[in-house]
Design a protein around this ligand. Structure first.
Ligand code: SAM
Length: 322
């Protein structure tokens, strides 16, 4: 996530808060009394055992999108339940200090991944791998008959997700496979194979909000594993521009955000230049590469809205096919 790169307006703050509390009053998600906690305290309180705090943050933004944005760019009927009642303070904190650009980006990248997945399924793909799945709920609302879903994540985050699912009473369908992998120290291909993934069949992969947290070496390894899949396979991922590509205000905000996430133990370490991606992805073994920046994403997903929800120019996604 790039929280502080995006500005929130006082109007948006008031509107989001009123609507969130309205949703709570309808019994949609939240208990009647919401304790107010500083945003940074919440995940630390909620999470234990080294699970990803940024996965919690992304899930909060997806849930908030379900509650306060109309029309929704991304429909996720499980997003709120996935967070659980414990997360009411973090939802409230996010509503009190909304980051519309960040929320738009998190909603859009999930929508884009699922749109591209649907394309891949139409072309005969029956395996979907979420790399760094976090609290993504796709596996539990999979609309594609016969599609097997592999959730790859850091073991601690995955344990936490399993607990979240159990606590929320959300059953893991038989098509859902948990694949614990630390990209920095474990072989993704080996772990996938161990859990029943077929490298001789095409697959679609998504990697949302992950690149920034893994080393260049781990990213390169991951790209090569995906590129070794059967023809017809594809990968969509979000990534973050280096600071020198940002304007002064965004660069200053980036520095503040970097200090904050580093304190949480999840420093941002890998930034990508979009212009360098096609040759890098071709070298890894992909044949077709498509880039989507904030402007293109706004045309595709946010045109004609009256609420001003939009991506910042720095939003970036890439999709590559074998
Ligand atoms: C910002 S969260 C994004 C989660 C999810 N994709 C989403 O959009 O909600 C980053 C995810 O990357 C995972 N991650 C970070 N470093 C990792 C590593 N070395 N190995 C495996 N997963 C990692 C975290 O566990 C977390 O689930």
């Amino acid at each position: 996530m790039d929280p502080a790169e995006f500005q929130s307006s006082p109007d948006a703050v008031g509107m989001s808060r009123r609507r969130l509390l309205g949703a709570a009053a309808c019994g949609l998600v939240l208990p009647a009394a919401l304790p107010r906690l500083a945003g940074a305290e919440v995940p630390a309180r909620l999470l234990a055992g080294g699970a990803s705090l940024t996965a919690q943050g992304a899930a909060v933004q997806r849930a908030l999108h379900q509650i306060i944005d109309l029309p929704r760019v991304f429909d996720d009927p499980l997003a709120v339940a996935m967070l659980g009642a414990d997360a009411a303070p973090s939802l409230q904190a996010a509503a009190d200090r909304p980051s519309p650009g960040l929320r738009a980006y998190i909603a859009m990248r999930s929508r884009h991944a699922e749109d591209r997945l649907a394309e891949a399924v139409r072309r005969g793909v029956h395996q979907y791998v979420l790399l760094g799945a976090g609290l993504d709920s796709f596996a539990c609302r999979n609309p594609h008959p016969g599609l097997r879903v592999f959730e790859v994540d850091h073991p601690a985050t995955q344990q936490w997700k399993r607990r979240r699912l159990a606590d929320a009473g959300i059953a893991a369908p038989v098509s859902m496979n948990f694949v614990p992998v630390d990209f920095e120290s474990q072989r993704l291909d080996r772990q996938l194979t161990l859990h029943g993934f077929r490298f001789d069949k095409p697959a679609f992969f998504s990697m949302l909000g992950v690149v920034i947290y893994i080393s260049e070496e781990a990213l390169e390894q991951t790209l090569r594993v995906v590129a070794a899949c059967a023809p017809g396979s594809g990968l969509t991922f979000s990534f973050t521009l280096p600071a020198h590509r940002l304007g002064d205000a965004a660069r200053a905000a980036r520095e503040r955000s970097m200090a904050a996430v580093a304190k949480l133990g999840e420093p941002w370490i890998t930034f990508l230049e979009p212009e360098a991606l096609p040759s890098r992805l071709h070298a890894a073994g992909f044949s077709a590469v498509e880039l989507l920046d904030g402007e293109a994403g706004n045309r595709l997903y946010f045109a004609g809205r009256s609420d001003g929800l939009r991506l910042a120019g720095s939003a970036q996604m890439a999709t590559a096919w074998i």
